[in-house]
Design a protein around this ligand. Sequence first.
Ligand code: OXD
Ligand code: MN
Length: 599
Amino acid sequence: MISISNKKLDAWIKEVADMCQPDEVYLCDGTKEEYQKMLDIMVEAGLGTPLNPEKRPGCYLFRSHPSDVARAEKRTFIASKNKEDAGPTNNWIDPDELKKSMTELYTGCMKGRTMYVIPFSMGPIGSPISKIGVEITDSPYVVFNMYIMTRIGTAVLGALGEDGEFVKCLHSVGQPLGPGEVDKEWPCIPNVDEKYISHFPEERMIWSIGSGYGGNALLGKKCFALRIAGVQARDEGWLAEHMLILKLTNPKGESYYVCGAFPSACGKTNLAMLQPSFPGWKVETIGDDIAWMKFGEDGRLYAINPESGFFGVVPGTSMQSNPNAMTQIQKNTIFTNVGLTDDGDVWWEGSGIPAPDHLIDWKGNDWTPDSGTPAAHANARFTTPAAQCPVIAPEWEDPAGVPISAILVGGRRKTTIPLVNESVDWNHGIFLGSIMGSEITTADITDKVGQVRRDPFAMLPFMGYHMGDYLQHWLDIGKKTDACKLPRIYFVNWFRKNEEGKFIWPGYGENSRVLKWIVDRLSGDAEVVNTPIGNLPTLDGIDLNGINIGEAEMTELLKIDKEAWLAEIESIKENYKSYGDRLPKELAEELAKLEAKLA
Ligand code: OXD
Ligand code: MN
């Protein structure tokens, strides 16, 4: 058994090993050799395929079990001591009860396997904004993904020291092996209802079993960096948010840092590394999914990207939607659940590359364009180092973080919400963040198609506590500094449709035109129209040079449809009711103000 100078960690490893009964315990050092060794273990077991090194050097393909392809939201639990503290948007189980049933599942669950101990840092090691976690897992797939997505290994143990605090992240695929038995396929608990992704916020602890995929298993990401860190941030006065971070530089050479919260399927990763469509402007990436923000000594909010890799959705990634990602995933990238071509490359729907005549699909079956099934799973992913992003900002690992000037919030809305709307002050901005969301599509809940799922700050699936308390925390943050030092909040919507059901705004790289307007606002170079819902651009405010959008389209994109807004208000009221007496009074006031202005 290994021995570690941090007493709490040493004791926890022994406790977990006693419960899970692995054949071996292995402490990860975080070296490149170790990363390669973990990949080799999976390849030798027949569970992974190295891709053609001439086409994709250092790349691998893995296929998960068809039952284990996405975050299991129904099986994600917030086990706070009091049920009320988990709030109306979370699944709650009493923590003692949950520990009892999960202890039964964990007992002997690592038999026949190696237990890997992964010390990891969310954020640059040693940054005052970073935090340390330790993931214990029986999956080498988790080890090599954590190697890309976080900073792991010996250096983290050094930063932890003898008495440092860490978040306990326990993970098992839940498939013990009998003597001589080996995995014949991706190990997991196939019955979705037996998987658990559990959070114990008061103890800063995560227990996950039964899934080996994505956010269910790479516990640094959604489980720690959002759900548990969200609780830490509330208690310690900072923000742990589901936001991209980008840097925009105007032709004058002035740079601004912007965060953005978008629900899944809104093109967040694409926006994070967008190529501006006009000369003289530059976009660089700091992060594509998560931002941790703390006040600096100057009273401004500084953000770090706590991750060191991107775990992005592959289908739909193309030279049109994200040319930088296409370059980034050309090497040293892990692909999961895409098609494997006969020449050892990968292919997916929406790649902009013609489908080959034959490939092996994500389930491992022969596939042709006539198969009638997708070659790649809709939630197939790439795991790729952030440092490989062609437009990564040089300061992306600055331990001090970058000062944030603006925050974007948005969703997929075909009506009502204009292309861009600037909040008039902090509380109004938090109000806009609280009402954002996307229309429900057939992929979600079929009897609610077309209704809006409110997803405050895109945190609905990632909340570690009561949503009402979370919104109150945002409001309180605004009281901690001078109003002029706070980022300005912008509500954006790239997805407005015309009467024929066609998108009015071209999207993708053209979204940089809206970013340009926002920067012009920050530098005092753009005017606004004051409206009941907020500050909108003037009709000629957004640069339309070179795109096929005229005044008629712009009028539509910025239209305030009074009837639609009155209906919106009723729907917001309905949503706010669910927060009960934990709805912040400031938000009730903002809603009342809006209603009065529209009347
Ligand atoms: C993600 C998500 O996977 O937000 O990042 O769903
Ligand atoms: Mn995300």
